[in-house]
Design a protein around this ligand. Structure first.
Ligand code: V47
Ligand code: SF4
Length: 391
């Protein structure tokens, strides 16, 4: 495996821009207090600020305006149905060539089996994503969704990133819109936010040249929202991108959200370099993680929720992030493979008891939600498949 030093010209993460370095100007604090919209230059100042706690406080003001003291979590499970992928992004440790050792593709029956256990234990969402398999056809994806939907009609199926949707469409010779319609008809309820990475063409050229462009990622989401499918959005940070590239990514998401209103939550994903072409790049720091979450909350004024994905962030920092603009801590997750292949040392799953303890200890009110952020009610507070959505 080549290291970052051998493979890429930019080997160090970009430091906060000197342009914005220093204390936060009082006008910026006043603007956030008054609910004003921040622009690119102002966001640069936030990245350069030497006062992380003040930044957190500003993000917290916005968070509390939107969701009060609530912090959401969900009882869910991730199913990564295949790791075979034709793209082989340089930041990805999960993907394999079709016949490479360790490559796998689940049958629809295997996906159903994985879902079954957790649905009995009370999962309200199954989150399904995988690689871009060169030979699976539309029928595989449709069958997976329709069998899941038939068997577990009340469970929300959040499946296939915009990148997978474009790949499925291309293989089927259909437009993205028609593909989305077929997937929705088969049972797809919403799209996860993966595949966005950083929209910057410079970064995509360097790290994932075969991936859908940033513009095309946004187009798939525009079309999904147009059909009434909601989605999330992500940003992979902490590799070779500059603060300005992160900010432009956030602003592009904000523009699309102005247009469609279809995004539910934004999830910054902290890069892990083990077993990737960027091996050797150090982990993101707590400062960069908290700063990125807080700036996301401040810039994405039209996103209802900012999610800390504890699998990538670490459980302890995810808890601290509840004072930095975050109002969602994701969920039980169970067997996420993408980050764990890249060296994540977080557990494979968290119990509801552990999640509730993290949230309560931070002085917040834990609220179990479904994928669409409706409150989930459980008889006698016990986990099981007899939950309902609060009227
Ligand atoms: O698209 C790949 C990222 C994403 C690495 O929508 C990596 O609620 C870190 O999108 N280090 C998939 N990240 C996961 C994802 C996601 C996760 C949780 C919640 C939601 C949601 C979405 O993981 C990929 C890519 O951006 N990724 N490799 C890595 N080495
Ligand atoms: Fe394939 Fe996704 Fe990994 Fe890229 S990040 S190689 S598209 S599985």
């Amino acid at each position: 495996m080549k290291t970052a030093l051998e493979t890429v010209p930019h080997t160090r993460r970009h430091k906060p821009s000197a342009q914005g370095a220093g204390p936060l100007p009082v006008e910026l604090l006043e603007k956030v207090e008054a609910g004003g919209r921040l622009d690119l230059e102002e966001a640069v100042r936030l990245y350069g600020s030497n006062d992380l706690l003040l930044l957190g406080q500003m993000a917290n003001t916005v968070k509390e305006r939107k969701s009060g003291n609530k912090v959401y979590y969900i009882v869910n499970r991730h199913i990564n149905y295949t790791n075979v992928c034709k793209n082989r992004c340089r930041f990805c440790a999960f993907s394999k060539e079709e016949n490479q050792a360790g490559g796998y593709t689940m049958s629809v029956e295997e996906v159903l089996e994985k879902a079954e256990g957790v649905v009995e234990q009370g999962a309200t969402e199954v989150h399904v994503v995988g690689g871009l398999h060169p030979h699976l056809g539309l029928d595989y994806y449709l069958k997976m969704l329709s069998r899941l939907h038939e068997k577990f009609p009340s469970v929300h199926l959040q499946a296939f990133t915009a990148v997978e949707v474009a790949h499925i469409a291309q293989r089927a010779g259909l437009s993205v819109r028609d593909t989305l319609k077929e997937l929705a008809q088969a049972g797809l309820d919403s799209l996860p936010g993966g595949g966005a990475e950083v929209f910057s063409p410079r970064i995509r050229k360097e790290l994932c040249p075969d991936k859908l462009s940033g513009e095309d990622w946004l187009t798939v989401m525009r079309q999904a929202h147009g059909l009434g499918l909601r989605s999330n959005a992500t940003m992979l940070y902490g590799h070779l991108e500059t603060p300005i590239e992160r900010i432009r990514h956030l602003l592009a998401l904000r523009d699309l959200q102005d247009e469609t209103g279809g995004f539910m939550s934004f999830i910054p994903l902290a890069f892990h370099s083990d077993n990737t072409f960027l091996q050797g790049l150090p982990r993101t720091t707590a400062d960069l993680d908290l700063r990125t979450l807080a700036i996301s909350r401040l810039l994405l004024d039209n996103f209802p929720h900012i999610k800390a994905f504890w699998v990538m962030l670490g459980v302890k920092l995810a808890q601290v992030s509840l004072s930095f603009g975050v109002d969602d801590i994701d969920g039980t997750v169970i067997q996420e493979k993408i980050t764990h292949s890249a060296g994540a040392d977080t557990p494979e799953e968290l119990s509801v008891g552990e999640i509730v303890r993290l949230i309560e200890e931070a002085g917040r009110e834990p609220v179990e939600r479904d994928t669409l952020y409706r409150r989930v009610v459980r008889p006698r507070g016990r986990l099981g498949s007899d939950w309902r959505i609060e009227d």
